[in-house]
Design a protein. Structure first.
Length: 99
């Protein structure tokens, strides 16, 4: 029972942390994410006028003397308030398995 409580508490802490990080990006220019992650690996113009920025980062996991590589995708969608204005982040974040 103590193990279950510890696992649930840990999961809730991680969710809270990810939510806080996500809130840090929302409403800010894409340059904030570029400063943290570097240049995006791809930029796609969407049909509704928004733009999608995507970063791919490799993550190495070592478990029981076995090394596995995981590719995490960070995807952020952004829009412009003014035609020549900055791209403002509105949604997106890595999958839950990513750090």
């Amino acid at each position: 029972m103590k193990y279950v409580i510890a696992v649930v508490a840990g999961a809730l802490a991680l969710i809270g942390c990810a939510t806080g990080q996500r809130a840090h990006f929302l409403g800010k220019p894409v340059e904030v994410a570029i400063a943290q992650f570097g240049p995006p690996d791809s930029v796609t113009d969407l049909s509704d006028g928004r733009r999608e920025f995507q970063w791919r980062k490799q993550r190495k996991e070592v478990e029981l003397n076995q090394v596995t590589m995981q590719v995490c995708r960070y995807t952020i969608r952004a829009s412009q308030i003014e035609p020549a204005g900055p791209w403002i982040m509105e949604r997106g974040w890595p999958a839950r398995t990513c750090p």
